[in-house]
Every structure is written in structure tokens, then in C-alpha cells.
Write a protein that binds this ligand. Structure first.
Ligand code: HEM
Length: 296
């Protein structure tokens, strides 16, 4: 099984004469003049080893049929005129992955208790190998992720990508933004120093001023009459279990819709094309990405 066979036929490189895989073209050009040399045992073993990754992929594919989905996703058509602004969504995704990976390592050393939290973070920064680096990546990465999401949101807004049929993806994006900000808010308390303590008191009180649900929300976040040990463990559980789970699920739905509906062409490319309204079922995975309104 060669890696080549996983690539859809129309995208495969045409075989050169004399090259191939057992088809008519496979015989070497000079077959008539000199007999083919038999490969040595070492050569045969090396060839087998080279094919091993493709064989494993084929084994998994036979049992999951994942290659259909992957080729559909990786070889999907994108409209003309896409540019660097279209990478902001993937950059936000990368920032989230960095947060998740660094967060796992921090969780190995962090203790969510009012008396030990600060000491455990000092230990990470001062004693653990690469601890300060990983902690720094997580701390600065959180701001970077929020900035990237805002820029990505700006791109989708100014390119009109929130319009039919992508309204639901916009709404999912808004929920992702809220959850990411909640991640940043709950993470801020975790060092449990003076700054994080009082910033969280202020944040919880601001939540309490919201209409109808505000007071319930601040009571839920404080987890008691005063900010203390239960608040810290509640924030930690929300920060490292509840929110990452919800964000992963929503990013999955977000990307599913991106692949299903295709990418919106930039407004200046759309302006060149006649606007043809098409129902979602007939959209060719964004080949045109005309973003035209539905028929009235
Ligand atoms: C964790 C946060 C987010 C991640 C990881 C993410 C990821 C992505 C990716 C990878 C794409 C496809 C590439 C691209 O167009 O940039 C995309 C498209 C899109 N995203 Fe996001 N996104 C996030 C948040 C948001 C937010 C906050 C909004 C808006 C409120 C949003 C709205 C959209 C829309 C409408 C599209 C379709 C764009 C088009 O058709 O051209 N996303 N997102």
C-alpha cells in the first residue's frame, strides 16, 4: 500500500513512463536490453520499512473510512482571493491547542488550595524544568487567544461571512468568544495572590449587577458568602474541565460547518460575480462561496 493510493485519483501525479505500480507502464524502459536486477534482502527490508506508515494508515482507514472525510476536508475548494486574514481562525485554534497542552503540564504541579496555590506556582516558576517558560506561554497565550478570536471575528464580520447560510456558525462563534473570556476570567484567580483575589472579587461583583440572572450568577461563582477555598476549587473545575470540554465540542461544530458550508469569498471577489441564490443543499462546499441571500 503506497501513500499515493490515499490521494484521490484526479489529484495524483501522472506516472512517468517506466515508473509505476504493476500496471502496463511499470516495466523499466530498458527491459529488452538488460534483465532487471533482483533486489537484495536489505533493499527489500528497506522498501518494506518505507511502506510501513502507509500500511498502518490503510489498516486504520479500512476500519474507520476516515480517508473519505479527510480528503474531503483537506482538498475542499476554496474561493479565489483568500488571503492571510483567512488564517486567523486557524491561528485562534492553534492558540487554544497551546493553552490546552501547557495547561495539562501546569495542572501536574498546581494545587488549588488557598494556602498552597501561590506556593505551587512559585515552585513551577523557580524549580520545575522549563516551568517558567510553560507558565509564561499559558499566561501570555491566554491574552493572545482572546486577541486572535477578536481579529478572526472582525474578519468574518467585515467579509460578510456571518450572512446566510452561516448565521449559526456566527452564533457558535459568539458562544466560543464568551467561553474563552470566561476561561481567562476563571484562570486569573488561580495564582491566588492579592491581584488575582481582588480582580476576581470585582469581576464577580460586576457579574452580580447583570439583569435577572446577575445575582444568581455571582452567587454561583463565589460559591459562598465570601471569596475563599470553595471559590478557588469551583473556578479551577470550571477552568480546566467544564470550559475546555464545551470549547472543544463547539470548535468541532464550528469547523464542521466551515467544511460543510465552505468559505466565503472576499467581498471584492463576490462583487465581480452575478449573485445566484442557492439553498444550502446545493452549495458546492463553497466553490463559489457567493454568500448570496436566500430566495425571497
Ligand atoms: C475558539 C474560537 C474560534 C476558533 C478556534 C475558530 C476557528 C475557525 C476556523 C479555523 C475557521 C475557518 C478559517 C477561517 O475562516 O478563518 C472559522 C471560520 C468562521 N468563524 Fe470561527 N473560530 C472561533 C471563533 C469565532 C468567533 C468568535 C466568530 C464570530 C462571532 C466566528 C465566526 C466564524 C465564521 C462566520 C466563519 C466562517 C467564515 C467564512 O465562511 O469565511 N468564529 N473559524
Amino acid at each position: 500500500m503506497k501513500l499515493d493510493s490515499l490521494i484521490p485519483a484526479p489529484l495524483r501525479k501522472p506516472a512517468k513512463p517506466g515508473e509505476g505500480n504493476g500496471s502496463k507502464n511499470a516495466a523499466p524502459a530498458d527491459l529488452k536490453t538488460s534483465p532487471p536486477e533482483r533486489p537484495s534482502d536489505t533493499e527489500r527490508l528497506t522498501d518494506k520499512a518505507k511502506d510501513a506508515p502507509a500500511d498502518v494508515l490503510a489498516w486504520v482507514d479500512q476500519r474507520t473510512a476516515a480517508s473519505g472525510f479527510l480528503t474531503g476536508m483537506l482538498y475542499r475548494k476554496v474561493p479565489k482571493g483568500t488571503n492571510w486574514f483567512y488564517t486567523l481562525g486557524s491561528a485562534a485554534l492553534f492558540a487554544f491547542i497551546v493553552q490546552a497542552v501547557t495547561g495539562v503540564f501546569l495542572a501536574m504541579f498546581y494545587t488549588p488550595s488557598p494556602t498552597e496555590a501561590y506556593a505551587s506556582i512559585s515552585h513551577i516558576n523557580n524549580d520545575v524544568f522549563l516551568g517558567q517558560f510553560v507558565h509564561g506561554m499559558h499566561k501570555w497565550g491566554s491574552s493572545l487567544m482572546v486577541i486572535l478570536i477578536f481579529l478572526h471575528m472582525g474578519r468574518t464580520f467585515f467579509f460578510g461571512a456571518y450572512k446566510y447560510p452561516r448565521e449559526l456558525n456566527w452564533v457558535i462563534g459568539v458562544v466560543l468568544l464568551i467561553l474563552t473570556m470566561t476561561m481567562a476570567f476563571t484562570g486569573y484567580l488561580l495564582p491566588f495572590d492579592q491581584r488575582s483575589f481582588w480582580a476576581s472579587v470585582v469581576g464577580i461583583n460586576i457579574n452580580g449587577t447583570g439583569p435577572v440572572v446577575g445575582p444568581y450568577l455571582s452567587d454561583f461563582l463565589r460559591a459562598g458568602p465570601e471569596l475563599g477555598a470553595t471559590t478557588l476549587s469551583r473556578f479551577y473545575a470550571i477552568h480546566m474541565l467544564l470550559l475546555p470540554g464545551a470549547i472543544i465540542a463547539l470548535i468541532g461544530a464550528h469547523l464542521y460547518l466551515v467544511v460543510k458550508l465552505g468559505t466565503t469569498a472576499p467581498p471584492w471577489v463576490r462583487a465581480e460575480k452575478p449573485k445566484i441564490a442557492a439553498p444550502v443543499s446545493q452549495l458546492d462546499a463553497g466553490a463559489e462561496g457567493n454568500g448570496a441571500p436566500p430566495p425571497r
